[in-house]
Design a protein around this ligand. Sequence first.
Ligand code: BG6
Length: 469
Amino acid sequence: MRAFDSNFIFGGATAAYQAEGAVNIDGRGPCYWDEYLHRPESRYNGDIASDFYHKYKEDLQLSKDFGVNGIRISIAWTRIIPDGKGEINLKGIDYYNKLIDECLKNGIEPFVTLHHFDTPLPLYKEGDWLNRENIEHFVRFARVCFENFGDRVKKWITINEPLSLALGQYVIGHFPPNIRYDIPKSVQAMHNMMVAHSKVVELYKSMDLKGEIGIVHILQSKYPISESEEDKRAAYLEDILANRFMLDACLGGGYQAETLKVVQDILKANNGSLEIEPNDMEIIKSAAGKNDFLGVNYYASDFLAHYDGETEIRHNGTGDKGTLVFRIKGIGERVINNDIPATDWDWPIYPKGLYDMLMSIKNDYPKYKTIYVTENGLGYKDNFENGKIYDDERIDYVKNHMDAILDAIEDGVNVQGYFIWSLMDLLSWTNGFNKRYGLFYVDYDTQDRYPKKSAYWWKKVSENKKLID
Ligand code: BG6
C-alpha cells in the first residue's frame, strides 16, 4: 500500500480569532471581527471561541497523543501591536513565546500565519488592504514577529487566503465592511496583499533566520458544467481570477500577460480597473523565487456555467442545503453538478479537484518548491452522543482527499504535509459554532474536548503513514 514520507506533516490547523478567545486579556487590542460580531443582531462572537488561549497545553497534549505532528497557528496582530501600528505589547509576545515553546516541547512543528483575516480595528477603519499604508504596518508587525519568534519558528506563512478575504469583504459581503458585488475593490485588495506578502518575504530573507516562508491560497479547481464553449469559457475566467492571478504573483514571477488581460477585462465589465504602482511588479517578481513553499487550502471544486447577467450572490451560512447562489458578472455562474455530492453548505465534495490542482501547479508553475496542503476538512453538524462523535463522513472526506494527495505525489508533486481544518472545533466566521470541523469536539459550555472517531482514525494513519479504513 502507498505510504507517506517518514517526515510527512500530519497537521491540524487553527487561526487566532477562531480559536483563542480571551479577547480582552493581556493587552490585546480589537480586530474588526470583535466590533462586527458584537452588533446586537449577531448570533455569536469570538470572545471565548475554543479558549485556546488558556487551553493550548491541553490541546497540544491531545494533538501529540493523537499523532498530530504539525500545527497551524496564527499570531493575532493585535496581541503584539494592539492598535496595529503603535506600541508593542510584551504580554502578547510572552504568550506566543509560551505557545511556540509548548509546540516544540511536544514535537509539534508550528506553521505560523501572520495574517488570518484579522486586521487590527484602527487599520481596518483606515481602509484595511485597500490602504497602501496597511502594507508598511504589516511589514513592521512581521519584523517584530521574526525578531521575537524567528529563532524557533521555522515555517512562516505571510497571509491566509487573499482571495477569500477580498471576496468576503467586497463581493459576497459576509465579511466586514460587507460591501457587495464590488469586484474591482476585491481585486485591488488582492493585489495589495500580494505586494505585502512579497515585501515580507524579502524582509524575512534579509534577516537570515534559516527558516522557510510562503503564503496560503485557497485554490479550488474550476470545471465547465458542460462541454459547451460558453461554459468552458466561464470556468476558464473564474480559474484565472480565483487561482492564476494569485499563483502568477507568488510562483510565476508576476502576473502573466494573459492573466492580467483577463483580469482587466473582468474589471472593465464591472466598471473598474486595477492600480499597480510603479515598483509593485518588481517587488512581486523579486520575491516570487524566494517563496520556500506554497500552502494550498482546498475544500471544494466549482462547476461553472455561462452567465451574462448582473452579479448575484446568496451565501449559505446556515447549512440549509441548496441555498447558495453565486453568479458573477463578466465571469459565470457556479451551478450544482448532480453527479457530485455536496456538503450541507453546498460545497461540492470532489477530491479529484485537489489532485488536478496539485498537478496544474506542478505543470504550470514548475519553479514551485514544496507544497503543504494547509487546510482541508469537512464542515458538519456533528452528533454528540454520550461523549462520542461518530463522524464517519469526515473520515471518508479526509481519507479521499489524502488519497488524491498520494496520487499527486506519485505523479511527481512535492507535497510534504497535510493540515486538517481544523484541529479542534472552532468558530466559523460566517456560520458560527454549528459548523464543526475539528478532530476534537469542543463542548462550548464547558470547553471540554472529546476526540472524535476521526481522531482515532487519524492517529493510526499518522503512526502507520498509510491510509487505513
Ligand atoms: C478557510 C479559512 O477559508 O476556510 C478558515 O482559512 C475557515 O479560516 C475555513 O474557517 C472554513 O470556512 P467556513 O466558512 O466553513 O468556516
